[in-house]
Design a protein around this ligand. Structure first.
Ligand code: CAA
Length: 287
């Protein structure tokens, strides 16, 4: 498949990343199906796309006409068979748990057309292990966007052990069509490149506060104003979802060892379900 053969893209999972990726694909002119397991989830994702497109128009980042046209290209669906019947590419953005993703791929394989390329937006999990659940491991790769997808330029394109070059080329070209800058990640290692570096930074920030060595405000002001990052570490954890960072750490801890042990400050937030912006409260309040 070549990038010009792609007309229809299905995004599985309408959460933070899923709806953001669907928005980016629709803005690039693709017909997009956004799918989640419940009507209320998929509707919420669709509403978020509408909010974001209107916000971009309000900020003069695009015209209201283009925002409306992009929204018209998005269809919200619950039934998996219906969602993927015309898909040239499926981008999966379901929760960051190996077991959940494997179940989704098993079900997806039963419904997707033979030519469809599968791309996972996993933040850390093994592309090779996920691809082996399907009957098309050569047409399977990582396509990792950053939060919020509509504002972040980078996309990691990750090769699994079985991925063929044609798949990597077409997904890299697709990222470019979406206005992104793809970086090919040669090795399928936990967290790939960005999260291998960024998530331990968030974890170390949490350990620093947990040890009583600094406050959240002190850590965030130093990461933002001294290290020059666009957000403080805790602000960023709230932006990406504390649960997302936590699950990445859990996996890196399991595979790479104790240096990646998640700080209890993160696990407490996950237990309380105060996960950041998306729940209205995390390390900061958003209500
Ligand atoms: N769509 C549209 N508008 C949005 C938006 C979205 N998805 N998200 C935020 N905005 C809006 C805000 O509501 C705000 O609007 P108001 O001013 O009306 O309140 C406006 O955008 C802010 O935009 P600005 O350009 O004025 O602000 P900024 O210069 O701070 O940029 C940012 C915002 C691009 C998010 C910037 O803070 C940034 O780059 N942050 C770092 C994000 C980052 O590092 N992401 C990667 C995380 S790691 C990851 O995602 C990987 C993983 O797998 C865990």
């Amino acid at each position: 498949m070549k990038v010009d053969d792609i007309n229809s893209i299905t995004v599985l999972g309408a959460g933070n990343m899923g709806h953001g990726i669907a928005e980016v694909a629709a803005l690039a002119g693709y017909n997009v199906v956004l799918r989640d397991i419940k009507e209320e989830f998929v509707q919420k994702g669709y509403d978020q796309i509408e909010w974001s497109l209107n916000k971009l128009a309000e900020k003069d980042r695009l015209s209201q006409e283009d925002a409306d046209a992009a929204l018209d290209r998005v269809t919200a669906v619950v039934d998996l068979g219906e969602a993927v019947s015309d898909a040239d590419v499926v981008i999966e953005a379901v929760p960051e748990k190996m077991a959940i993703k494997k179940d989704v791929y098993t079900e997806l394989e039963a419904h997707a057309p033979e030519h469809t390329v599968f791309a996972t937006n996993t933040s850390s999990l093994s592309i090779t292990e996920l691809s082996e659940v399907t009957e098309r491991p050569e047409r399977f790769c990582g396509m990792h966007f950053f939060n919020p997808p509509v504002r972040m330029d980078l996309v990691e394109v990750i090769s699994g052990a079985h991925t063929d070059d044609e798949t990597l080329d077409v997904i890299e070209d697709l990222a470019e069509e979406m206005g992104k800058t793809p970086v090919r990640v040669r090795k399928d290692s936990p967290g790939f490149i960005v999260n291998r570096i960024l998530v331990p930074l968030m974890n170390e920030a949490a350990w620093t506060v947990h040890a009583g060595d600094a406050t959240i405000a002190e850590v965030d002001s130093t990461t933002k104003y001294d290290l020059g990052l666009p957000m403080g570490s805790f602000e960023l954890a709230d932006q990406v979802g504390i649960d997302v960072g936590y699950h990445v750490l859990e996996y890196m801890h399991e595979v790479l060892g104790d240096a990646y042990a998640p700080c209890p400050l993160l696990s407490e937030k996950v237990e309380e379900e105060t996960l950041g912006k998306k729940t209205g409260k995390g390390f900061y309040d958003y209500e």
